[in-house]
Design a protein around this ligand. Structure first.
Ligand SMILES: [Zn+2]
Ligand SMILES: [Zn+2]
Ligand SMILES: [Zn+2]
Ligand SMILES: [Zn+2]
Length: 167
């Protein structure tokens, strides 16, 4: 006589007679849907990697940018994985001077990001020391050039006034 259909086990009286079974990690069984790849959804073999709370074939954990397998480190954004290169390309600011991606340090000046070497005086083109600059006509100048520029402007204005004065 078996248990009634659909009936839940009601005790361990019968189980007590069996030897205790040590709990093991479930072995991989073909078709076991607990172990399938996050990309191709087919079952995983011995080698699988865990990332982004999923399992993947080692070649199927892809960068969302270049779509190449990520071999080592990755960075996540918006629930997507990126290789380090693509991550910085997408999410790091670009230098306003040379338009390359900024990796490490950058200056924030005039509402833009710069390599320290790319943030230069608008006159002599030398990098501005410590990113300190003087603004003339919305352009950055170092201390020396900024004085020249300001004196320039003054003499210009004076000349114009004189010109108008001739009429
Ligand atoms: Zn796969
Ligand atoms: Zn990539
Ligand atoms: Zn630059
Ligand atoms: Zn200068």
């Amino acid at each position: 006589m078996g248990p009634p259909n659909g009936g839940a086990p009601t005790g361990d009286k019968n189980g007590a007679s069996k030897p205790p079974v040590p709990s093991k990690l479930a072995p991989y069984i073909n078709g076991d849907d607990r172990r399938h790849c996050g990309l191709c959804a087919s079952s995983l073999g011995e080698e699988a990697i865990v990332a982004m709370n999923r399992l993947w074939h080692p070649d199927h954990f892809l960068c969302n940018g270049c779509k190449k397998p990520i071999r080592q480190t990755f960075q996540a954004a918006d629930n997507q994985a990126y290789c380090v290169h693509c991550f910085s390309e997408r999410f790091n600011p670009k230098c306003a001077g040379c338009h390359e991606i900024l990796i490490d340090t950058c200056l924030l000046a005039l509402d833009k990001h710069w390599h320290p070497r790319c943030f230069t005086c608008n006159c002599c083109r030398r990098p501005l020391p410590n990113g300190e600059y003087y603004l003339v006509d919305d352009k950055p100048y170092d201390l020396d050039c900024h004085w020249e520029k300001r004196l320039d402007k003054r003499t210009q204005v004076v000349k114009e006034r004189q010109h108008y004065g001739d009429f």
